[in-house]
Unconditional design. Structure first.
Length: 95
C-alpha cells in the first residue's frame, strides 16, 4: 500500500488549497510527508509478515471505518478467492 500523491494533489485542489496548506492544517511536516511519498509501502513490516504467514495480501488485514469501503474490500476478496480456487482469472472473477 503506497500513498498516492496524485490523489492527495487532487483532493487538495478540490478543497481549494495547496498541499503545503493542507500539511500545515494536518500538523504534518513537509519532511514527513515526502518521506511517506517515497516509501514503497506504508504497511509496517510486522503486518506484511502476518499477511505472508497467513497467505494473504496484508491489505486484507486492514479495516476501514467506511462501510462501503469494507463492502468493496469483501467483494474483491471473494473475487480473489474465486480466481484462486476456480478456473477464472482475477479480472473475470471481478466482473
Amino acid at each position: 500500500m503506497r500513498m498516492s500523491r496524485d490523489r492527495i494533489d487532487h483532493l487538495c485542489r478540490k478543497r481549494g488549497e495547496s498541499v503545503s496548506e493542507m500539511l500545515v492544517r494536518a500538523h504534518v511536516s513537509r519532511n514527513a510527508f515526502y518521506s511517506l511519498a517515497r516509501r514503497e509501502t506504508l504497511l509496517p513490516r510486522s503486518l506484511r509478515r502476518l499477511g505472508k504467514a497467513l497467505g494473504v495480501n496484508p491489505d486484507s488485514l486492514l479495516t476501514s471505518e467506511e462501510p462501503l469501503v469494507e463492502e468493496m474490500r469483501g467483494i474483491l476478496f471473494q473475487a480473489g478467492e474465486l480466481s484462486r480456487h476456480g478456473n477464472l482469472d482475477q479480472n473475470t472473477a471481478r466482473h
